[in-house]
Each structure stands twice: as structure tokens, then as C-alpha cells.
Write a protein that binds this ligand. Structure first.
Ligand code: AMP
Length: 395
């Protein structure tokens, strides 16, 4: 690459800009709230794992190996950037002794995952998932619990609760959209496969006795939780480790693979595949990239917080004074300083754009007296006061 070429982002990865972040934060807050409501605790596991850990979880899955960011580090270890969270969470569960605590261990994780797939809209090489796992119990009620949790998050009562106080500030369409937007669990097969489906044996007709009892309980609990779902006897999830229950969830009206918001299931065999004692577990992972795209597309206006409540505007060569006044104001309010050498009018416009509630205006004269003009940006009122009075007025 010639030296003069600017270096751009790696293919398939994205920056999330300040203006986009409120939607992400809303989605994350919703996820955290709903996970906590169900008694799940946050866990953070490394992005780097031994490649073997990941590979054992997806041994027979071709696509899985092809998509793995796998590399040899400087110490000749085969490592991988995690493509999903479950393998690492199960490792941590044993290695760090969560298996010795109360069972099941209910944990959730939010973080970046990496897959070397062909990038397109809704599919990235670095993307973000909410991952929810209940490890250490075979109870069918837990399968229903994580599906209910996923439903609650995706069309989330908590997210709605977050938005309801903001309702008046949303567009009329978005206000309606706030009301229940039921989630559908659907088959995600392409049309091309459709003619063959009807003739295939249905797994539902071939359950062992224990699986049938388990399945009946899961369904009774889903019905009781009023989870809207479509039974799909053909649903095959990407990885090998699922047993008994698998599910995907979609925004209502959508069913294409690219539209899936998340999916998961029970994986009673995974711990053993990783070399740990056999341990039943169930979980799901859900993509924040798609959820935030959906939120943005459905016109949900998340209220953007101003970058700074206060902007200190020096009129003249007053950088030292401006920095000191900003330090005083920061005791009570997020405060930025405009150090640029442009006209006062231009600085006031910039402060307005930032969404500042107040401007503290410094002139050489007032600064010499250690005082400033405090301007209320919504009323336009302006009054002179000593620097030391600012925190009381801004609080
Ligand atoms: P999976 O771990 O494959 O079951 O994926 C769970 C969810 O993560 C999907 O339903 C998507 O919402 C999201 N997801 C998976 N792969 C990607 C990707 N490459 N880019 C963006 N989101 C993804």
C-alpha cells in the first residue's frame, strides 16, 4: 500500500459512532434489565480462546471451521477469536468453579463475536451478541424460561418500559409501534427447499419418552407465558451441540435467515465435548447489530443526550482561564471548552449544535475579575457571576 493511502477499517467490521450509540445503549439496557429480571448475572469471558475449545464445539460443522478466525500466536498456540459465547462460558463455568455454586448457573454476556463470513447488511465479521446461558440443569422449565426471556428482550417489555416515559417525544408511528410487537418463532428455510419438507419425517413424531415429557412441559410453559411461536420440526441450528429444544426468533412478519434476531437451544452434550463432566444446559444468543438496525428502521427515536451540558466559550486568547472555569463547572455538569479561533457567533452556533444547556462566556475583562457571563441557551437569558458561583447555579 502506498504510504499516502489513508488506512481504512478492516472489511466487515464497523465503527459505532456517538450518534448511533443511544440505540445500542437502549438495546443493551433492555437486555441487561430483562436478564436481571430473570435472575441472570453478567459474565465477561475473553475474546481469545484456544482454537480447540471452539473447534470441539462445532466439530462436524464445515461452515463453522471456514468462518473461524484462527491463528497461531507468537508462542505457537492455536488461538481463535470467539465466534460465539457458549463454548467460552461453559469453559469458565468449570474452570472458575461456577459449577460448585448454586445450580443452574444463570449467566449472560454481551460482547463482540467474530466470523469470517461474506459481509452484507446484517452480517458482519465483528458483531455483537447478547448471550444467555443456564448451565447445570436438565429441567425443561429452563428451556421455556430462556425462550420467554428472549421474547421479553426482543419485543421487550423492559425496552418498552424504557421508552414509555419518552413516548410523547416519539413520532406518532413510533408511539403505536411501542405497543406489543409479538415475536414469531418460525422456520427459516428457503423456498427452494419447501417442496421437500412436507415429506420428511418430523422429529416431533420420533421423540423418546423422556424427550416427549420434556417437550410437553416446555410447550405448556411457553403457552402459559403467552409466547407466540410456530412449531418448526425442521429447524436445524448451525452447531452440533444442541439437544432437545432449539429455537430461533424473528421480528413479526419476517422469516428469512438474514432476519433472525437470535436463536439457541439446549446443549446437554457440550460440556462433555469440551472434556468436562456431562452437564445439561440451555441458552441463546442474539445479535445486537440486527436488533439495533431494526430499532433504527422502525423509527424509534432514542433521545440523544447532549455531549456536554455546559460549553465554556472564551472570546479571545483565554485558554488557561477557560480550562480553569471548565474544571470548576465539571464538578456538577459535563462541560466542554471551545478552544477554536473562530468568531463568537460561530462558537455560539457550535454550542447550540452540541445541545448545551448553558454557555459560560469569558471575555478578557470579566476573566480579569474572575467572573463570566452565564447564558441559558433555551431562554437566552444571560447574567454575570463569579466563577466560584457557577457550580451552585449549574447544579
Ligand atoms: P447464532 O450464534 O449463529 O445462533 O446467531 C445468533 C444471532 O446472532 C443471529 O440470529 C444474528 O442476530 C446474530 N448474528 C450471527 N452472525 C452474525 C453476523 N455475522 N453479523 C451480525 N449478526 C450476526
Amino acid at each position: 500500500m502506498p504510504r499516502s493511502e489513508p488506512i481504512k477499517a478492516v472489511r466487515g467490521v464497523r465503527d459505532i459512532l456517538p450518534a448511533e450509540l443511544p440505540v445500542w445503549q437502549a438495546a443493551e439496557q433492555g437486555a441487561t434489565a430483562v436478564a436481571r429480571r430473570f435472575g441472570f448475572q453478567e459474565i465477561v469471558t475473553p475474546i481469545l480462546e484456544h482454537a480447540e475449545l471452539i473447534e470441539r464445539a462445532g466439530e462436524d460443522t464445515d461452515a463453522f471451521a471456514k468462518e473461524l478466525y484462527r491463528f497461531v500466536d507468537r508462542g505457537d498456540r492455536a488461538l481463535a477469536l470467539r465466534p460465539e459465547a457458549t463454548a467460552g462460558v461453559v469453559r469458565a463455568y468449570f474452570e472458575r468453579g461456577l459449577n460448585q455454586g448454586p445450580q443452574p448457573s444463570r449467566v449472560y454476556l454481551i460482547g463482540p463475536m467474530f466470523r469470517y463470513d461474506r459481509p452484507q447488511k446484517g452480517r458482519y465479521r465483528q458483531f455483537f451478541q447478547l448471550d444467555v446461558e443456564a448451565i447445570g440443569s436438565a429441567a425443561g422449565a429452563l428451556d421455556a424460561e430462556v425462550i420467554e426471556l428472549a421474547r421479553d428482550w426482543a419485543y421487550l417489555e423492559r425496552l418498552q418500559a424504557y421508552y414509555r416515559p419518552l413516548k410523547e417525544r416519539l413520532s406518532p408511528d413510533s408511539q403505536q409501534r411501542l405497543e406489543r410487537n409479538p415475536l414469531r418463532l418460525l422456520d427459516s428455510k428457503t423456498e427452494q427447499d419447501a417442496p421437500f419438507k412436507s415429506g420428511a419425517p418430523k422429529i416431533i413424531d420420533h421423540l423418546c419418552d423422556e424427550c416427549a415429557v420434556h417437550w410437553a412441559l416446555v410447550r405448556r410453559l411457553l403457552d402459559a407465558a403467552e409466547v407466540e411461536y410456530v412449531l418448526n420440526p425442521y429447524l436445524v441450528r448451525g452447531l452440533d451441540y444442541y439437544t432437545r429444544t432449539v429455537f430461533e426468533f424473528f421480528p413479526s412478519g419476517a422469516s428469512g435467515q438474514q432476519d433472525a434476531l437470535g436463536g439457541g437451544g439446549r446443549y446437554d452434550g457440550l460440556a462433555e465435548a469440551e472434556g468436562w463432566p456431562p452437564t445439561p444446559a440451555v441458552g441463546f444468543a442474539s445479535g445486537l447489530d440486527r436488533v439495533t438496525e431494526l430499532m433504527a428502521a422502525s423509527g424509534v427515536d432514542v433521545i440523544t443526550r447532549p455531549a456536554a451540558d455546559v460549553v465554556v466559550v472564551p472570546d479571545g486568547d483565554l485558554a488557561l482561564e477557560a480550562a480553569e472555569v471548565a474544571r470548576i463547572c465539571r464538578a456538577v455538569r459535563p462541560t466542554a471548552v471551545d478552544y477554536e479561533s473562530k468568531s463568537l457567533a460561530a462558537k455560539m452556533r457550535a454550542a447550540n449544535k452540541l445541545g448545551a444547556k448553558w454557555v459560560v462566556l469569558l471575555t478578557p475583562d470579566s476573566s480579569a475579575r474572575r467572573s463570566a457571563q452565564l447564558r441559558d441557551m433555551s431562554s437566552g437569558e444571560q447574567e454575570e457571576m463569579d466563577w466560584v458561583e457557577l457550580p451552585t447555579r449549574l447544579a
